[in-house]
Design a protein around this ligand. Structure first.
Ligand code: ZN
Length: 264
């Protein structure tokens, strides 16, 4: 009886909580209120920046900001044209470069982006930065963080506890955020996204960079450079996730679609 009831609650949540991802049209399950998601994300982001060496005023730092703002504007224009601007309420975009040799970049929910100086030589120029930026912005726009956390909450809490946790904005909710993002003991180390989320971010990112005026063909050469690196890569760019080869093959397939959005 109890299990049936919990299942019912979960199903109800699922029905009322299905949203559609822009560009790909995929249906997803998100239950965390965006305001709450962003509040947790912004607090974590600020904590990360406080404990990191943020680079300001260099050519590279400016490049990250320039490309970030261009992609942000392009996405906002696209959403406005589709009459979906309200979906971007609550985003507070920020594009920071942090001094760290790790080859990495990530974006927390609500548009909080970090590039590590270690990835800049691979990016080489603005178009290369746009490949990574488009991908990271896509994770935020597609609300992959909320989706991952929602799944964890259902798995860990089940129906009643879930609604209670959401109502009370409890410590449990915060703990699950930390688990979902892997920001606990190692600050700033994001857990890898699923293969589905990675592929979706690649697809959307390719289109976002094209919308912002960057040649999407650059994505293929960027991932080839990444593949040539081999060996150890940080979670966000693990070669198995999907493999570089699959990634490049899929990106090539998506190029004709992305080029339709490309305005040089
Ligand atoms: Zn990713």
């Amino acid at each position: 009886m109890k299990i049936k009831f919990i299942l019912l609650i979960v199903v109800l949540f699922a029905i009322i909580s299905c949203t559609t991802v822009a560009i790909t049209g995929r249906q997803q399950f998100t239950i965390i209120p965006e305001s709450e998601m962003n509040a947790m994300s912004f607090a974590q982001y600020n904590q990360f920046l406080d404990s990191s060496e943020v680079v300001n005023g260099t050519k590279e730092a400016n490049m990250v900001k320039t490309v970030g703002v261009k992609i942000q504007k392009a996405v906002e224009e696209y959403f406005a044209a589709q009459g979906m601007s309200s979906a971007l309420n609550g985003y507070q975009w920020e594009f920071n470069l942090v001094n760290d040799e790790t080859i990495n970049a990530w974006c927390m929910p609500g548009g909080k982006v970090v590039f590590y100086t270690g990835i800049m030589p691979l990016c080489r120029d603005e178009a290369g930065v746009a490949v990574v930026m488009g991908h990271e912005v896509a994770h935020a726009i597609a609300k992959h963080g909320n989706e991952r956390m929602s799944q964890q909450m259902v798995v860990q809490l089940g129906g009643m506890a879930l609604s209670k946790a959401l109502e009370e904005k409890s410590e449990t909710t915060r703990q699950i955020y930390m688990t979902a993002f892997g920001l606990g003991s190692q600050v700033g180390v994001m857990l890898p996204f699923s293969r589905l989320h990675e592929s979706e971010a690649d697809e959307m990112g390719l289109i976002f960079m094209a919308m912002a005026g960057y040649d999407p063909n650059t994505a293929v050469t960027f991932w080839q450079r990444m593949a040539d690196l081999g060996g150890q890569k940080p979670p966000e760019f693990l070669s198995t996730h999907p493999s570089d080869e699959t990634r490049i093959k899929d990106l090539k397939k998506l190029l004709p679609k992305a080029l339709q959005y490309y305005k040089p």
